[in-house]
Design a binder for this molecule. Structure first.
Ligand SMILES: Nc1ncnc2c1ncn2[C@@H]1O[C@H](COP(=O)(O)OP(=O)(O)OP(=O)(O)O)[C@@H](O)[C@H]1O
Ligand SMILES: [Mg+2]
Length: 241
């Protein structure tokens, strides 16, 4: 299989409500793709179908490898007393690889620490996850998605709650993983202005459809405003220093 991901004619509904309407797309190996679009347009649903958590009502998904990393959309904060520390949370990302009941080896823990270093959270390895700030937790979850050296990385709004400097560092990290290790990256984001110089392609979703005319080349205020249905100014959001 030459492509990393092939989605063919996927339709998905919650009850009577069609969320994805006959969606087809391919993502090539080594691409860095951003999925954008307004709230409720089906971005997370599409990601969940691509990673196999949801089954489409019709159509199919093919993925070139089975070693994938997935960072779900953040939907809850950890209870302060959640009984796992940072290194344990990241090590959970290895269980698919090593098996739930096998003990981690020294080399596994080294991998955990290397990955924590990559997201600049090694100093917190012994802290309870519930004692970290939201943005710090998010970086730990990114490490968890990365620790098994996935060939495809799916991230659903990875920078929500992450401050501007860390957001830039995270995008730089994803760019590095994509360019240097050839990892295919598929990321849902609303931070359109922050990713235009990083990604190789944008996929624009609205009302369960993909807009083929929406691309990086013609991405401007008018195109984005049409997609989102309200005036979107690209320039006003620039975080870069
Ligand atoms: N478990 C569910 N049961 C019923 N409807 C759902 C469920 N999950 C999502 N939906 C509906 O499916 C639609 C698409 O949701 P989805 O989470 O895919 O959107 P999204 O594009 O990721 O939005 P956001 O930008 O807010 O994350 C929404 O209208 C939502 O209300
Ligand atoms: Mg979503």
């Amino acid at each position: 299989m030459e492509n990393a991901i092939e989605v063919s004619g996927v339709t998905f509904a919650y009850g009577e409500k069609t969320i994805l309407d006959n969606i087809s797309l391919t993502i090539g190996q080594g691409e860095f793709v951003a999925i954008i679009g307004p709230n409720g347009s089906g971005k997370s649903t599409l990601i969940n179908i691509m990673v196999g958590i949801l089954k489409p009502n019709s159509g199919s998904v093919r993925i070139a490898w089975n070693n994938i990393g997935y960072l779900p959309q953040r939907s809850f904060a950890f209870n302060q007393a959640f009984p796992a520390d940072v290194k344990e949370v990241v090590s959970m990302g290895l269980y698919a690889k090593v098996g739930l009941f096998r003990r981690l080896k020294k080399s596994d823990w080294e991998k955990v620490y290397d990955t924590l270093k990559l997201v600049d959270m090694l100093d917190y390895k012994d802290e309870l996850i519930g004692h970290l700030s939201g943005g710090q937790q998010q970086r730990v979850f990114i490490a968890k998605a990365l620790v098994s050296d996935p060939q495809i990385l799916f991230l659903d709004e990875p920078t929500v709650g992450v401050d501007a400097k860390s957001q830039q560092a995270l995008l730089d990290l994803l760019e590095k993983l994509n360019k240097e290790r050839g990892i295919t990256v598929v990321m849902v984001t609303h931070d359109v202005w922050a990713i235009t110089d990083k990604v190789s392609r944008i996929i624009c979703m609205g009302n369960g459809h993909i807009y083929p005319e929406c691309s990086l080349d013609n991405m401007d205020t008018r195109m984005l405003s049409e997609l989102y249905g309200y005036p979107v100014k690209l320039e006003s959001h620039v975080h870069r220093s």
